[in-house]
Every structure is written in C-alpha cells, then in structure tokens.
Design a protein. Structure first.
Length: 559
C-alpha cells in the first residue's frame, strides 16, 4: 500500500498508545532488538505480553504515527527476528507470536507490526532477566501486584464456581431468590430498568452472569438454589452462625444452606446488634451507636462467600461472642497477600479465587464493584473509635474479627481529638492498643508526635494527647523515612491537573518526586508516580490522551 494509506490503516487499527499498543521508531535494528534494557524491542514485547497482549509497531514516529520506515535491518528479517525475540523472551508463547511486514510501494518505507500474545498461564514473560509491564504510555519493571496476579492466575477450569451442573434446571432455583436478584440487579444496573420487564428468568440469569448460555452453574445454585437442591453442591456449602458465652462455651447456633442471597439476611438477623453507649470527654451526655455498622457485618460475610475455597469442603463460620466481637472465617488463603496494602491502596483486587461467583455477586450488589470494601470497614470502625478489624491469615483460613466496643479509652480520645489523623496513623495506634509489635521507625514517629509513652518493651498510648500536634517538623522527620500516604499524593495530582488543564507527565514528576521518601531510588519514585496516575485513571478522576498528557476526566467529558 501507499504511505498515506498505511498511515490511515495504522490510525484506524492502532489509534492510541496504551497498555496494548506501542509505536516506536527503531529505524536501526542492530541495537534495537536486544539492546538497552527497558528501551528495546524485547522489553516492550515482555511488557505488552504481561499486560494481556497487544501490538508493537516499529518504523513509525512516536506520538504522531508518521511513517519513518526501518532504514537498517541489521541482518534481520521477519523470519529470523522471531527466533531472536523468542530466544531472549523466556515464556513468550511462540504459537501466538508473529511479525507482519508492510511495504510502502510509493516511498519504499517498511513498517513491522509485532503481534504479541498474552502471557501464558502463570508465566510472566521476561527480557534481560526481568519482567516488564506497561502502565498507560510508560514501560516499567513489573509491579509486585501485577506479578502476583500472573503467578496466582486462575484458569476458567480452576474456578469451582463456574462449573455447569448439567443435571440441574431452572426449577432447582428458588423463585423468591430470583425475584430478589432481579431487584438487586436493577439497583446496580439501572440501564436495564425498562428492558428487564420483557426478560424471562432464563435471559435474566444469563444477563446477571449467574448461568452460562442458559445452563445452571454452581454460582447460580450457591446464590439462588432451593434448599433441597444443595445435593448438587455438597453438604459443606453452608454458613454456620454460633453464639458463644464469655467462657467460650456454645450458647446457640444455627446452620444456613442455600440460597445464600436470601440467607445472608437470616444470618444478619441472628446477630444481636445492640446499642452501645459511652461518655465522651467533657460531657455528661452519652453517645449512642450500634455495636456493629450493618456494612461491617454484611461485607465480611459476603467476602467470605465470594472468596471461600469450596474445594476444601469447609463451612463459612460467623461466630458471635457475648463480650462484643464477631469472627467471620472462610477456607483459603488471602490472595492479595497483605491486608494493609489493600487498605492503603484503596484499589480493586486483581486476583480472585472464584471470579465467576465474584462477578455475579457484584451484579447483585453483594460486594463492592470498585474495591475498597475492606477500607470501608476500617473507616466505619474509626468513626466509632472502635478497634480496627483484625485479620488472621494462618492455617489456610481467613479470619476477620470485628469488635463492637471501645477497647482502650486512650485510643478513642486520640481519635476524637485528632479527626485529621491518616488511616495509616490509626493502624499504628491500633497496633499499640492491641500490644502488637511495631518497628523502630514507627515507634519513633509515635513518640515524637506524643501518641505513646513507655519503654520499648512496654509501649502504651499516651494520656497527654488532647490536641493535634503543631510541630510539623516531627511529622517531616517521619516523612523522611516513611513518606505521606498515597491518598495525599493522589489528591495533589488531581488538584494540580484540575488547575492546569492538560498537564505533561514530566510536570507531574517534578511536582511529586521531590516530596517522596529519600529512601526510594529515582526509578522507584518514578514507578510510584506511575502507580498514582494509573489508580486515578481507574477511579475515573483523570484521563491520559494520546500525546502523553493528563487531564481531568470531568473536563474531558465536557469537551
């Protein structure tokens, strides 16, 4: 084709640079195929493959797609370059990898398009002995969350909840549960409000991703199945509520079977969510709150259902203690690896044990669609001045403890008198009140802010703290080692972009990087800014255009 036709073809089929597409000149192939790590062809192939596959176009001008052509092939052809790339990119799938050559008949310019497959199951693709990834228009060494998502990837065949139960029919589902599912589905998907009236139950179940082409799945039975249909799943698919006395003896219990969509309400009603009264400092008038915010009961219960390892054939347990705490437990490891990382990043999880079940539960409003459910639990406890949730991740089980009372009055006073404390600060204070270990940097920070007293082996919350600290120097000293939390920097970026309109990435780097902890390397700081931008894009707060600039999503929508 002619050069003008080629440019139009590329603009039509590969219009934007993003995680799936990269434009590069690479006019001289001798040192471009496997040259500088992080800035050569094999690095980009590794990154695109690790981000679900895509295309690399070489011989074009970055940003403009102007055709420059490959001027020095360095002995490479589209046949032998495949062997060179495959030999330098361990785990790259040879069957899905191809190179397409397009020749401009009027200008003799040549463009190559590398068609790059998604990484193979649980096998990240490497280049220069490193795995790479793309985030928007940036190439970086792969982040730990992305690497974990590849290493812990689940095949559809691994998802116990996605299996079709051929013997089951729609008659094995509970009609009341189906009607409730429709109501919850419309709340989450109001665009179907008029259309759903014409759907029969079969079409609704497919739309809500409970069934597969009309076939009943284990997910459909778990959420909507009749009680007498539990034999399709096994007697272990149950929730056990248990009330224990102060001496840990059982006082009452009840076991709930399917349909879980209805029976989670029954479990909720069993829990004695009594009023809790306490006297704030400086007043004779008590504050009165429920011991447990309803969200803090439903979210851990629904999470236990969503993340249960059903192949372990264990029950989900809800244990209520008379001394005012709840324990929710389910079988299976905690896939995100770190609770604190989930809370502080406030982002959706990338790895699910039961993706089919999770998708259906999201459609029915049972769990959060954008992540942040665990963070909400933390914040609801914070508002009450109650202890933060405890996560016990041992013995291939996840146990979540929610406490429904003030555990330490000094902790409550600090939170009341310091309403602007970051969640990260409160997590540290919560560790102290529960006698959990903290490191030297954390202890030094809490001491200098006046939050703790006592020796290293016997640290306790300070009674002296009645007002927020005025000494910013103390905070700055801690920041030198710890840096601000991510929320602070993301807020700075949004405000900067809102004021500046279209903002270049370099300007954002200049704003944020000097404020990051000096313990980070320059590359780590740049990666951290990339992660902030990606998180904000996912949250629909900013958008990146094809010219490597960022702007407010609200402004973009008004244009």
């Amino acid at each position: 084709m002619k050069e003008a036709e080629l440019k139009e073809y590329l603009k039509t089929n590969y219009p934007f640079e993003n995680e799936k597409c990269e434009w590069k000149e690479f006019k001289f192939l001798k040192n471009s195929v496997a040259g500088n790590k992080g800035d050569d062809i094999i690095s980009y192939i590794s990154a695109i493959s690790n981000m679900n596959g895509g295309n690399l176009i070489i011989g074009v001008k970055d940003k403009t797609l102007n055709i420059v052509g490959i001027t020095d092939f360095g002995g490479y052809t589209i046949e032998n370059i495949k062997f060179r790339v495959l030999g330098n990119c361990p785990n790259l799938n040879s069957e899905g990898f191809s190179v397409e050559e397009i020749f401009c008949i009027d200008t003799n310019k040549v463009v190559w398009i590398f068609h790059i497959p998604k990484h193979q199951y649980r096998l990240p693709v490497y280049a220069h002995k490193k795995a790479w990834q793309r985030i928007d228009d940036n190439l970086i060494e792969i982040s730990q969350p992305r690497l974990d998502s590849i290493l812990n990837e689940l095949k559809q065949t691994d998802d116990w909840t996605a299996v079709v139960v051929n013997e089951a029919t729609i008659d094995d589902l509970d009609e009341t549960a189906i009607e409730k599912a429709k109501k919850e589905f419309i709340k989450r998907n109001p665009k179907y409000l008029d259309e759903i009236k014409s759907w029969d139950n079969g079409k609704f179940l497919d739309k809500a991703k409970l069934t597969i082409k009309g076939k009943i799945t284990r997910t459909a039975l778990i959420l909507l199945g009749r009680d007498e249909s539990e034999h399709f799943l096994g007697s272990f698919v149950k929730i056990r509520w248990n009330l224990k006395m102060l001496n840990n003896q059982d006082k009452d219990f009840e076991i709930f079977s399917i349909p879980f969509l209805l029976n989670i309400d029954e479990v909720y009603l069993k829990i004695r969510n009594l009023k809790y009264r306490y006297l704030p400092d400086g007043t004779l008038f008590p504050e009165e709150v429920l011991r447990y915010d309803p969200f803090n009961i439903r979210e851990p219960l629904n999470n236990a259902i969503a993340h249960q390892d059903y192949t372990a054939k264990g029950r989900i347990n809800v244990i209520e203690f008379e001394d005012d705490h709840l324990i929710f437990s389910n079988c299976g490891t905690f896939l995100p690896k770190s609770v604190e990382e989930v809370v502080m990043s406030d982002s959706p999880e990338e790895v699910y044990r039961n993706p089919f079940l999770v998708s259906a539960m999201k459609n029915l409003g049972m769990i959060e669609t954008q992540g942040g459910g665990i963070r909400k639990i933390f914040n609801f406890q914070r508002q009450r001045c109650f202890p933060l949730p405890d996560y016990d991740l041992n013995d291939n089980k996840v146990k979540v403890t929610i406490t429904g009372k003030i555990l330490n009055e000094d902790f409550a006073r600090i939170l009341k008198k310091n309403p602007d404390l970051s969640l990260e600060d409160i997590i540290l204070l919560d560790k102290v009140q529960k006698r959990k270990p903290i490191n030297e940097n954390e202890l030094s920070y809490l001491r200098k802010r006046g939050f703790v007293e006592g020796r290293r082996t016997n640290v306790f919350l300070s009674l002296k703290v009645i007002d927020p600290t005025k000494d910013e120097g103390l905070i700055a000293e801690y920041i030198t080692n710890k840096s601000f939390d991510d929320t602070h920097f993301k807020k700075m970026i949004v405000e900067y972009i809102n004021k500046g309109g279209q903002v270049k990435r370099k300007s954002i780097d200049n704003l944020i990087i000097p404020k990051l902890s000096p313990t980070l390397t320059e590359l780590q700081k740049k990666h951290k800014v990339t992660n902030f931008l990606t998180a904000l894009r996912i949250e629909n707060k900013i958008i990146s255009n094809s010219y490597g600039t960022w702007e407010s999503l609200n402004e973009f929508k008004r244009v």
